[in-house]
Design a binder for this molecule. Structure first.
Ligand SMILES: [Zn+2]
Length: 171
């Protein structure tokens, strides 16, 4: 098992001086043999490792990730402009440097690794969506919102009315 730290485009490479370098060549990436050690690396350099995740180079699922296409800055810019600079899931305005690309239909669910299947997302939404379909995510978020609001609301009657209103909007 060998774990590397990547954002899907660059890999983290340790230098002798302990500084973090980024490389596009997986062969130059620093390999970790324990998840804990790789995690410690990410946690010790939060700014440089923002948007990076671990992947096991010997895992089949990871191998699929490794084979993902790398989209150029031009493609990213087109998608960014198309999205008016906003996250497709939560609507947050994003700096171009902060965007992540999300596969609308996840690759693990046989979504295509093509531009048509990509959307611009913030890092948090991308992490949360993971490998589920957007519709399932929205369903889940709605359930969480409804449940948490009901749990935390003090005025039960107000919530009952709001709940009915919300349901009529969603359905
Ligand atoms: Zn978002």
């Amino acid at each position: 098992m060998a774990i590397v730290i990547t954002n899907g485009e660059y890999y983290i490479q340790n230098t002798k001086t302990g500084k973090v370098k980024k490389t596009k060549d997986i062969n130059e990436a620093t390999q970790f043999y324990h998840v804990n050690k790789a995690m410690r690396k990410i946690l010790s350099k939060p700014a440089q490792c923002k948007g990076y995740y671990l992947f096991d180079t010997e895992d089949t699922y990871s191998r699929r990730k490794q084979n993902r296409k790398h989209y150029s800055q031009d493609v990213r810019k087109i998608l960014y402009d198309k999205a008016n600079g906003k996250c497709a899931i939560c609507g947050k305005s994003l700096l171009f440097s902060d965007i992540t690309l999300d596969h609308i239909i996840p690759l693990i669910q046989n979504g295509k690794d093509e531009v048509e299947n990509l959307q611009v997302c913030c890092y948090e939404c991308n992490q949360m969506k993971g490998s589920i379909l957007p519709i399932d995510l929205y369903q889940k978020v709605t359930e969480i919102f409804m449940y948490q609001t009901e749990k935390n609301t003090k005025c039960k009657l107000k919530w009952k009315i709001a709940h009915r209103l919300l349901l009529s909007c969603i359905k």
